[in-house]
Write a protein that binds this ligand. Structure first.
Ligand SMILES: [Zn+2]
Ligand SMILES: [Zn+2]
Length: 337
């Protein structure tokens, strides 16, 4: 038991294959992470914002839109400052110790609402479900492009998350190589399956549901919890309870439930800690492996509440100045009505 240790505790994160130091002596109370932000009420519309309704001409090349009442409610557009570009050769260059691949791929922006101040958790469940359906359709489409090895869907919220645009949006990046961090997670899950005959994530979900101490929210098809070896305060995982290797396999009823789960979790974060900055990312297998037994997709939410140190840089080991069980108990108690 954690409390019996009169010293910090190292915990091993089986899914990420990494140690983390749970810094019990320096651990802060959940309330200590509150941002004490003045509630900044953003305007509904900003004339100079490229994502606001009426400014569509500033973002040409629209890829997809979800219509509503003669207007739109979700738009997908190419990222004007794309980190990777479409088309071209996928040929590798190996020159001695120098390895390179042309930067082909995709970089899309999913504008979540025509309104500048429509934070995701304040949208209706049905509207969030529409955004998740757009994620699914763009995810599948991105894998069809030649040379694409992996697709990442993520969201940045607030300055510390790395975003420069306040207007609520998510992004999709399709890369021409498999990111090493993703490869390691896939390999770890495969190794676990080889030695036990079970999916590591199914086992984790079942274990967390039985233990209950780190559970934040349990809905029909999804469960939100803080990992036993969480890397940072309120690092949260949302897992589908059904085994699904790829996000492309999510069904419509499951999308509705994920929308409800994500809305509730993000509302608790908003009210519990006064609108902290955060990132979320979908960790998943590709579409062609959607029947794989070895991986199980999930959504990882990382509030930007503490900063990684040189120690983390040098060791790959994070120091978490909070106790996962205490943080989960706090989140369960946050009233969102
Ligand atoms: Zn805007
Ligand atoms: Zn599974």
């Amino acid at each position: 038991m954690l409390k019996s240790f009169q010293m910090p505790e190292l915990r091993f994160n089986l899914i990420a294959n990494e140690w983390v130091i749970i810094s019990t002596e320096r651990a802060k109370k959940p309330e200590d992470f509150r941002q004490w932000r003045e509630k900044r009420y953003l305007p509904e519309h900003i004339d100079s914002c490229p994502f606001c309704v009426g400014n569509e001409a500033k973002t040409p090349g629209e890829i997809l839109r979800v219509q509503k009442d003669g207007g739109w409610k979700v738009r997908v557009i190419p990222n004007k400052f794309a980190v990777l570009s479409e088309g071209g050769q996928t040929q590798r260059m190996n020159d001695g110790l120098r390895r390179a691949v042309p930067g082909i791929g995709r970089h899309e922006v999913i504008v979540e609402s025509p309104m500048h101040n429509a934070f995701l958790p304040f949208l209706e469940v049905e509207d969030i479900a529409d955004i998740l359906r757009v994620y699914r359709s763009r995810f599948v489409a991105a894998y069809e492009a030649p040379g694409v090895e992996h697709v990442i869907i993520f969201k940045n919220h607030g300055e510390a998350s790395g975003t420069t645009i306040q207007h609520p949006h998510s992004q999709l990046v399709a890369t021409p190589v498999m990111p090493i961090q993703v490869r390691e997670r896939l390999d770890e899950a495969t190794r676990y399956f080889d030695s036990t005959g079970r999916c590591l994530m199914c086992a984790t979900v079942s274990d967390e549901l039985g233990d209950k101490r780190r559970i934040i929210l349990d809905t029909e098809h999804f469960v939100t919890f803080i990992p036993y070896a969480a890397f940072s305060p309120l690092h949260m995982w949302i897992f589908p309870k059904r085994h699904m290797a790829s996000f492309s396999d999510i069904g419509d009823a499951e999308i509705g439930d994920l929308a409800l789960n994500l809305k509730t979790t993000l509302l608790k974060l908003y009210h519990g800690l006064d609108n902290p900055d955060y990132n979320y990312v979908i960790r998943t297998e590709g579409t062609e492996k959607h029947r794989s037994k070895y991986f199980h997709w999930y959504l990882s939410i990382v509030p930007r509440l503490s900063q990684a140190s040189g120690f983390a840089l040098g060791s790959g080991m994070y120091i978490n100045p909070s106790i996962p069980e205490e943080m989960a108990e706090f989140m369960r108690g946050v009233n969102i009505t």
